[in-house]
Design a protein around this ligand. Structure first.
Ligand code: B12
Ligand code: SF4
Ligand code: SF4
Length: 382
């Protein structure tokens, strides 16, 4: 058996659902990436535009001198559909599927490292260097994954496996070893419409709650709920808050509507299953009541811990404002005294949405003592 065929078997034994191998080189659609950056669509994710990172995206040899091959692995995470009555319940906050269980970085990275160690061991006495990345590398993972034959790029910018949909993570292993390349990387000019493709479908573009797609295959991250709830550290633009519904961590709408995801099968990987439905869509009142200790306990090992308590409660305040129920008012009024201005300000916004004499009185009382100008603006409703 060739080394590459054995590698594919080894990856499957480690639990990966798909694997592709290609010669190391720049991403084929680097131009699209540069246009995206030039338009500012990366928002505050400044690391994506750093010149040293761009140099790496142009040439993976900057990341790993002497790199010959890229191994791209996919790991499925679809477990189940959230029952409709929970998904549509505005009293609950929704978490994106990928955050229902254990942090995928912690599941995938050790497996990629094990794959790299196995490859090194196969090389006999030869010195082999390698690097593994899940998300964090200066690499356009979806572009390389498409070139490696793992799927096609959808109009929602997701990499889609035509047989199983898009509910899978990607990871990349760079190695100085030469391998057999079943699907050689093609120059950008050769990327005529990939087969299969979205065809005439435009469901994701129409369904996006914040109209984040200025064109097919282009996502303006600044409008994407995933960016707003996870990556954006500060104030969520006021005009977007009403459009965010009850999403409090990520968003799955452009995948949920995609017909290719009808083919998704629940994974055997237990790490990605939610403990219970409250892990996927907890009551907003429970999220609003989280203090630092409860947050740390509840989200240990979950990707959610990355955004820390203040950002999650900020997101829950927005969802509570969209719920608009007086039932949320006492918890939101209590948050007007929170230590974090971000939380106080978004709680004030939610209380304005709820309205009523009691909330008005609480907002006026808080305004009398509030010193932070951003929070004062929210309390005043301006
Ligand atoms: C920054 C980032 C984000 C940003 C920006 C997303 C975006 N679409 O650009 C935000 C925070 C919004 C985000 C959201 C999500 N992300 Co994200 N994200 C990343 C990250 C770190 C970089 C992506 C990037 O460089 N974007 C810049 C754009 C320009 O590049 P691109 O997305 O690859 O877009 C390509 C296409 O648009 C294509 N293209 C352009 N024009 C044309 C024209 C045609 C005809 C065609 C065919 C293609 C095409 O070329 C572009 C360049 O390759 C990657 C990990 C990585 N290192 O690659 C994960 C990654 C893309 N994210 C991932 C996931 C799971 C998500 C979410 C589903 C999470 C969630 N549920 O909230 C959402 C999905 C939103 C969406 N529809 O993309 C997975 C995707 C797996 C997959 N099967 O595709 C990745 C690969 C992480 C991982 N390791 O698994 N993400
Ligand atoms: S993840 Fe949600 S907000 Fe972001 S592009 Fe998809 S549908 Fe729009
Ligand atoms: S919903 Fe339709 S247009 Fe969007 S990615 Fe899926 S197939 Fe393509």
């Amino acid at each position: 058996m060739s080394l590459t065929a054995a590698l594919v078997e080894r990856a499957a034994a480690l639990g990966f659902n798909r694997l592709g191998v290609l010669p190391a080189g720049p991403a084929r659609r680097l131009d699209a990436y540069l246009r995206w950056l030039a338009a500012g669509m990366h928002g505050e994710m400044g690391y994506l535009a750093r010149p040293d990172r761009l140099a790496r995206r142009r040439d993976p040899g900057v990341i790993l001198p002497g790199v010959r091959s890229m191994v791209v692995a996919g790991l499925d995470y679809y477990t189940a559909d959230l029952p409709h009555q929970l998904a549509a319940d505005p009293a609950r906050g929704r978490f994106s599927n990928y955050a229902w269980g254990v942090d995928y970085h912690e599941v995938m990275t050790p497996r990629l490292e094990a794959l790299a160690a196995w490859l090194r061991a196969q090389a006999g006495g030869e010195t082999v260097s390698s690097r593994v990345y899940v998300d964090t590398g200066a690499l356009l993972e979806r572009d390389h994954a498409e070139a490696a034959g793992l799927g096609f790029t959808g109009k929602n910018t997701m990499l889609i496996d035509p047989r199983r949909g898009s509910w899978f993570f990607l990871g990349v292993l760079l190695t100085t070893l030469p391998l057999d390349y079943g699907l050689p990387a093609k120059p950008a000019s050769a990327v005529s419409p990939p087969q299969p493709s979205c065809g005439t479908c435009t469901r994701c573009l129409a369904a996006c709650p914040t109209a984040a797609f200025p064109a097919p295959y282009v996502l303006d991250a600044r409008r994407c709920i995933s960016y707003l709830t996870i990556e954006l550290k500060g104030w969520v633009p006021r005009e977007l808050r009403p459009l965010m519904g009850n999403w409090v961590y990520g968003c799955d709408v452009c995948q949920l509507v995609c017909p290719f995801n009808r083919f998704a099968r629940p994974v055997g990987e237990t790490a990605f299953y939610p403990m219970d439905w409250d892990a996927a869509a907890p009551p907003l009142l429970a999220l609003l009541a989280l203090d630092e200790a409860a947050f740390a306990r509840r989200y240990a090992g979950s990707p959610v811990r990355r955004i820390k308590r203040a950002r999650l409660v900020r997101n829950a305040c927005i969802a509570a404002g969209n719920w608009g129920s007086e039932m949320a008012a006492p918890a939101l009024i209590a948050l007007l005294d929170d230590g974090e201005p971000l939380v106080r300000g978004h709680a004030a916004w939610a209380l304005h949405r709820i309205g009523g004499p009691a909330t008005q009185a609480a907002l006026s009382t808080a305004l009398a003592t509030e010193t932070d100008n951003d929070v004062r603006r929210e309390l005043a409703g301006g």
